[in-house]
Design a protein. Sequence first.
Length: 245
Amino acid sequence: MTAKTDIRNSKSKSRALKGTRLELTLAAEQVFAVKGLQGATLREIREQAGQRNESVIHYHFGSREAIVESVLQLRSAPVDARRTEMLDQARAASNGMPLSTEQISRCCLMPLAELLLDGSSPPGHYMRFLIQLRVDRAVWRQFRGLYGLGLEACLAALRNCKPYMPVQIVDQRFISVMDMQVNGLAALEQIQHAQGSAFRYDDARVRIEDLIATGAAMFDAPLSPAVLAALDKSTEQVRKDEGGG
């Protein structure tokens, strides 16, 4: 059975995330975050969830990829909904003008940051899970287009506000900003776990606002002469390849 078939089967079961299924999903998020998507074993996930039944993961999920998807269903769907909400609010406030890079950077980061700033529940492991997912490109590609649609909308907004900048540079900067922001949030998440009740939310908000400002600055950075020269060389090579010369 292929990974994609496993994923479709996990959807067809349509079990709500509660009880054992929720416990396994949260345990998987934690173990994947620490050990990596390939380094974690199903036994470690089962033991982290406090389950003794060796077939419990197979019963609820059927595959490693289906467990990854369950984590994404739990976390990504509400984050995506929040990004869409924030983008709609930003567009309404812009009166038809392109969004600013600060607005776009904020829409990228804050829906994730709000998971850290919600002190009503124990700290999660989603930021570190995301890092492991982004590193494991083979698994990440399986879910591309299924989750993160809010980020796709943020990228479209960035392209719209930078029509004079080469698309490949806009896209590259977007990826760089997301890597920077997710790594910054993952560091905060680690501190939150280490400090427990001593975690200072005011200090965390300062770091989050600086991540937003840094992201906007990266979007707005001018193209250096070296970048322009490299672009020209790349474009010329593409023309030669297309011309067969």
